[in-house]
Design a protein around this ligand. Structure first.
Ligand SMILES: Cc1cc2nc3c(=O)[nH]c(=O)nc-3n(C[C@H](O)[C@H](O)[C@H](O)COP(=O)(O)OP(=O)(O)OC[C@H]3O[C@@H](n4cnc5c(N)ncnc54)[C@H](O)[C@@H]3O)c2cc1C
Length: 366
């Protein structure tokens, strides 16, 4: 499910409360400054591999050789967004074991949220991770709070969708408590753009139950926005700056008495040899080899970062592209390559992304 389908359904399911849609806002009230897009403003281009499963993330328990393994991996393009929520689901499975010491595998957004929630329940946690921030996929993320690109609509079961909704709701509430400089989280308006009217993406009913997670969702009339597209949808959501957020999470984990061991687990035998009887698996794409999950695939994503522009306080999503402003730079994205394990930047994709965004901001009314 991509952003456009998600937004289409959210709007559709909100249509009963007509005041949510087509509330015109006068153009002059926007006064949005332009993003300056040019090759000489590029400061880096980075690649990350989203850990994607067509049927959605895995949160379940498995007992192997007397050890309880609680899986929590495979979040696709929404792992930062959903991390606290699936951590909540995983912790609900782990706590009934009664263990007071547990292992968490992985120190990305999912592993750190899981470890912190376990600590809040009095569990003594040891994290085992091959890499720590800033060297995780979670550090590459945008990261917009938006649960999209998490599963394929035709593969999601009702049981999964129920977990998805519960996770999204829990995470949405938890992140709100963390807004501010310390965790690097802030609210911002987003403008999604289209050449065609936003229409029903044909989603099942699950999305309707999280329509309220997109406050102030509204369609803007052509005269009510400055963008060179006939259809623009606005909504507010949170943005998480991973370099700040993940460092603060590590710090909080250590302050709460957690132990971190930099340790690559090479196979299941090594996992089962860990001293803890309960092990929570948050290894992202690493779970493919470690637990032989054939459904788990990478979706390669690439971001080109421009010099920071502190005056930019909004995000844009023209068709196939997205711009997220952060303190450490302006992020320009727009690639989703399924099954591609190559972590080298694709220069053609970079040129396409730069040209696409340059055209949008060139044609935007100042
Ligand atoms: C370009 C791009 C943009 C994105 N934008 C967003 C966004 O806007 N919003 C959003 O919510 N998500 C976004 N994502 C998706 C998000 O980055 C992922 O869903 C998320 O990072 C997954 O988190 P994780 O903790 O499961 O995995 P990771 O961050 O990959 O962490 C996995 C951890 O497990 C460890 N590990 C793996 N294998 C082993 C092993 N064998 N032994 C020991 N340790 C191991 C790793 O070292 C690491 O510590 C984006 C991703 C990309 C690439």
């Amino acid at each position: 499910m991509d952003r456009r389908h998600f937004l289409a359904t959210i709007a559709l399911t909100s249509a009963c409360s007509a005041k949510r849609l087509r509330v015109p806002t006068p153009l002059q009230s926007y006064r949005l400054p332009r993003v300056h897009v040019s090759n000489d403003r590029i400061i880096r281009t980075v690649v990350g591999l989203r850990p994607f499963r067509p049927s959605g993330f895995v949160v379940k328990t498995e007992v192997l050789e007397g050890k309880t393994i609680v899986h929590n991996y495979g979040h696709g393009g929404g792992g930062v967004t959903l991390s606290w929520g699936t951590a909540h689901l995983a912790v609900e499975l782990a706590l009934p074991t009664g263990a007071t010491r547990m292992a968490v595998l992985g120190a990305g957004a999912v592993g750190l949220a899981t470890a912190r929630l376990l600590q809040e329940h009095g569990v003594q946690v040891t994290i085992y991770a091959k890499d720590l921030p800033p060297d995780t996929t979670s550090n590459i993320a945008g990261a917009q709070w938006f649960p999209v690109s998490v599963y394929d609509r035709d593969r999601a079961t009702p049981a999964f969708l129920s977990q998805f909704v519960e996770a999204a709701r829990f995470a949405y509430r938890r992140y709100q408590l963390m807004v501010g400089e310390y965790y690097g989280i802030r609210w911002m308006p987003n403008y999604s753009m289209s050449r065609q009217p936003f229409s029903d993406g044909g989603l099942g009913g699950s999305q309707s139950s999280i329509a309220d997670l997109m406050p102030e969702l509204r369609d803007l009339a052509p005269g009510d926005h400055p963008f060179p597209f006939p259809y623009v949808r606005q909504f507010d959501t949170m943005f998480i700056q991973p370099s700040i957020y993940l460092e603060s999470m590590l710090r909080e984990f250590r302050i709460a008495g957690g132990t971190i061991l930099i340790h690559e687990l090479r196979d299941l035998r090594e996992v089962l040899a860990l001293p803890q009887s309960v092990i929570v698996n948050c290894t992202g794409l690493g779970a493919k080899a470690l637990f032989n999950d054939q459904e788990l695939i990478p979706i390669k994503g690439q971001l080109t970062v421009l010099l920071p522009q502190p005056e930019i306080e909004y995000a844009t999503e023209p068709p196939g592209l997205y711009m997220f402003p952060r303190r450490d730079g302006i992020l320009l994205g727009g690639t989703h390559e399924r099954g591609n394990w190559d972590v080298q930047p694709n220069r053609e994709a970079e040129a396409r992304i730069i040209a696409g965004h340059a055209a949008v901001f060139r044609d935007m009314r100042a």
